[in-house]
Design a protein around this ligand. Sequence first.
Ligand SMILES: *[C@@H]1O[C@H](CO)[C@@H](O)[C@H](O)[C@H]1NC(C)=O
Length: 366
Amino acid sequence: MALLGFVQIPLTKVKSVRESLREKGLLKNFLKEHPYKMIQNQKIACHPLRNYLDMAYVGNITIGTPPQQFSVVFDTGSADLWVPSVYCKSKACVTHRSFKPARSSTFRLPGKNFELEYGSGKISGFLGYDTVRIGRLRTMNQVFGLSQLETGEAFEHGVFDGLLGLGFPSLALKGTTPIFDNLKKQGQISEPVFAFYLSTKEEGSAVIFGGVKKCCYKGELKWVPLTKPHYWQIALDRITWRGHIIGCLRGCQAIVDTGTTYLLGPYAEVDKIHSLMNAVPLQEEYLVQCNARDTYPDIVFTINNVDYPVPARTYIRKVRGQPWGCRSGYRGWAASQTWILGDVFLKVYFTVFDRGQNRIGLARAA
Ligand SMILES: *[C@@H]1O[C@H](CO)[C@@H](O)[C@H](O)[C@H]1NC(C)=O
């Protein structure tokens, strides 16, 4: 199966060690000044997501009047919304639902083209404005992309039609306002916050807009300031296995990305992890004995001096429909030192994305 990686590329230049240490020195003060408060009576919307074969989390939205429904990946690694258009003849479009502008009374055409490149494919087409609904949340005049050309197997075989980006405006197509910013501007939510609860089961996952619900996590949320509000990017202290540092030796950067299936790291570090796991390469994947799920130690990600263990049962994946082996949840990517904390990590930790204070909250998922 294809690797889903919906972080937008190219990545920004990775920070120097000194820069990230300096940022870490600032963390203590930051957290004293920004204690977390539960807010009463806020407009919170909980929107269901489906875990599609442990590869992606998808949810329904509608565009237009009357509403046309689409299934999209809610992706914190990009900032644009797009769906296939009825004018697209690519294989990926033919097998998915497509938007028909002529059938929407609220559609407007600004006459601009767009092009987007992701870790796993390329999209191009034109922009439009229309009413977009996520459950009971509604944004009017929301810009979105209508694809005319889609390349990449991920788009062809996925159950999702398009992508809904929840990254920062600076990451979005030039001159466009991402949907989350419009939800806030148009008074649909009270706090500029959203959160993800990613279940290991097919049903029960959710993206929560406008606040945080106690439903989905255990213990306290621990806050981590963003190192750069562009991606949802934070500083990672180190990665350890049985107390030995195996990755992110002098501190590094990590992007929290709901649109990436795996834990992605620099090739050299992921190779080291795979050799500790006795993983065997097979095409794009790494096979691991399934009984290792019961015997291997946690791999511990230390963020802001707090340990976030990822158990072997999570980082060694049992793949539905492929009973003859288990797969590593790690993948090498790029030569840069940046890690991507994808769904393998986010299934273990409920995650709050706080646009108001440029920080991320993490707690054990319930
Ligand atoms: C999306 O809508 C379809 C009906 O069109 C429904 O069967 C499905 O459960 C919905 N998905 C989610 C995640 O709510």
